[in-house]
Design a protein. Structure first.
Length: 189
């Protein structure tokens, strides 16, 4: 009778341990998938912005033909974004996107010097679409970093770090803005 109770206790403990391992593993998989989804959401918004930029640049070009260096910077930054997107490296992609952000700000700054452009309904519509997309990108980045934080906590904190280590779960990379991207760009005419 005593051995039967001991066996029952051991069986219950083994079942509880298996249930905890399964639950922790499933939570880690869920977080890893949410991180991937968060990055995919950023990617969708960035693609929409990349598709909008040529229209914005062409509209501004029509009014500011002598500002070619600004337009070349946008073209180069856009090419760098495409190359970084193909690499799959989040840090490289964030760096390229930050450079594109600066280039877009420069285009908008150039547009400020042309009152007739600012009154153009096509330009105003493109600028509005860009603002909406930038807001969506900011939200998607915040969501991604929030999920990355949860994933990193689960990978690092006891006791889930045991399961994370056993099954080779890795920390997620945060989407970071470079220090240089925080600076106000200087546009000279």
């Amino acid at each position: 009778m005593k051995t039967l109770i001991i066996i029952a206790i051991v069986v219950v403990l083994v079942i509880a341990l298996i249930a905890w391992i399964a639950s922790t593993y499933n939570n880690l998989v869920n977080l890893r998938n949410r991180v991937a989804n968060g990055w995919a959401q950023i990617d969708v918004q960035l693609k929409q912005r990349a598709d909008l930029i040529p229209n914005l640049v062409n509209t501004v070009k029509g009014y500011a033909t002598h500002e070619s260096s600004v337009f070349e910077a946008v073209t180069q930054a856009r090419s760098a974004v495409k190359a970084a997107a193909d690499s799959g490296n989040i840090a490289q992609r964030a760096q390229a996107e930050n450079a594109l952000d600066k280039a877009i700000i420069n285009v908008l700054a150039v547009a400020e010097a042309y009152p007739e452009l600012k009154a153009n309904s096509n330009f105003m519509d493109l600028q509005s679409q860009l603002k909406t997309l930038e807001d969506k990108i900011a939200y998607a980045r915040q969501f991604y970093n929030d999920v990355a934080l949860k994933m990193n906590n689960a990978v690092e904190m006891f006791p889930s770090n045991i399961i994370a280590g056993l099954f080779h779960f890795e920390k997620a990379e945060y989407y970071r803005v470079e220090e240089s991207a925080r600076e106000v760009p200087q546009v000279q005419f």
